[in-house]
Design a binder for this molecule. Sequence first.
Ligand code: ATP
Ligand code: MG
Length: 555
Amino acid sequence: MKNNKIRSVLLGALAANLGLTVLLSVSIVSSIILELLPPLLLGRAVDSLTADRMLTAGLCFGYFALTAAAGVCRAVREGLVTAVGGKMTHALRSAMSRKLSRLPAEVFTTDTSGSIAARFTSDADAFEEMFSSGIVSLFTDLGTVVGMTVVIFTKSPGLGLLLLVVLPLLFVFTRQIQKRMLAAHGENRRAIAKVTGFLPETLSNIRTIHVFNSERFAEEKYDKVIGESFAAIEKTNFYDAVYSPVILTTSAAVIGIMMTLAGRQGPFLALFGITVGTAVTVISYVGKIFSPLESIGMEIQTIQSAAAGIRRIRGFLALPERESPAKEVLQEKPQTAGTAPAARKEPVIALRDVSFSYDGKAPVLSHFSMIVEKGERVVLRGRTGAGKSTVFRLVLGLYTPQEGSVRLAGRNPAALLPEEKRKLYGCVEQSFRPVLGSFRDQITLGSTGITDAQCSRALSVVGLSPLETHLDEPFAPERLSHGQHQLLAIARAIVTDPPVLLLDEITSGLDSATEKTVMEALQRAAAGRTVLSVSHRALAGSGERVVFVGEKETD
Ligand code: ATP
Ligand code: MG
């Protein structure tokens, strides 16, 4: 069930690129077949020569053409593997990015952003690697080994049987060597990391080492880690040195046994008796069959190490999502349709008997209620950690309360569609969060529906009109002061002319003169809107109603 998401994404990508997928499959099958054909022609040529016949031009040319075609086919396959692998990884990353925007806010507090980023980078890369250097090559190599064994069987059943015994044994041997090599490489990496850490540490403590006469101690420690690295490298060298001779000796032994038995009369003749040409063909196969065997081992390794990344991506795609907007619209429709005038009377923001806790244990809000009517200005106050920002996050629909209800313009804020949000409210946070792109992008956040006239109006309301001429320039945070950043944040919030403004401590960290400028801009921006703000300071003469979160401050 969980599997299905990742599988359907990948199958979808293959289906969307059907032409490439078919070409890739054709190139895999052709490269397996083309790998098998040249030794057969070579055998024929040798048979012709031993029978004192002239080699035909067709045979010579055929051998050359097939060898060249096998090379071309391999190159085409490599190119297609990269293209199809890239398309699949692209589809996977797009699915993950869609998932990211549907995740509830708590995921970002429980999972560090680094670990989420790793799903998109190293884990997705591991998938691509697994596809191109794992699955496709494994399939090709297995096809080659099976194909060669089948041909050998038809040419010389005795050699076929011999290979059936030898190949599995060699494969087990190959895997054992590969596993040991991998472990030794790991040991070496760890030892090198220790050496790299040890050197600067020793150098920075060199005076202490001299003063306390502990040179010997440092030397011995260094000797030990260097020794570990040396031993690990020795191990890999040993396995490397053993592997090739074993393979070469085995293939020589297999050929030797076959040739010895082929020369005998009696029962062996039926099994091993072959022409010189066939001998050349099968010897050529035996020489070629061990190299895919070694690759198969490496491909299994690649698949195994990528599997952990794929599991993590699967887990990521299976994370529970925020409430589905579609569901909410369906629930709300009968209400709004049947009671349209009543819905209009709904307060702009309504929290009713809300109890909320981030972790399900420590309560942050308990039985908190607050109603903000149209056109009102409400300030949330309370001691630090009382839950003011939490009320904001609930109103923004980032979290859903365990008890009670939160309504924004009569709707469940968690279920608002993304395009509805900016039409309904603008939000300014404690500090400005820039996005990559131009000055315009800072205001529109990439919404294409926002016109330059709207941007200009928003900029002029906050007193940043001079920026109008720079809209197309790349945004560099250094070009604006802290106060100007907050003004830009207000412009971003009001550019879609939303009826509601949500402001969380927007003047914190500003000096009093800048705070005055920002507050004046805010007064202009807030005209005609419903405003809910968090502020430690009361704003003189703005007709605000104060709502306390938690216990009332005693100061
Ligand atoms: P301040 O005035 O300092 O901004 P606040 O009233 O805005 O404080 P909140 O940020 O709402 O306080 O936090 C309320 C409580 O919830 C705090 O005790 C805080 O430790 C806890 N809290 C806030 N965010 C999270 C989170 N993502 N996960 C778990 N606990 C959290
Ligand atoms: Mg806060």
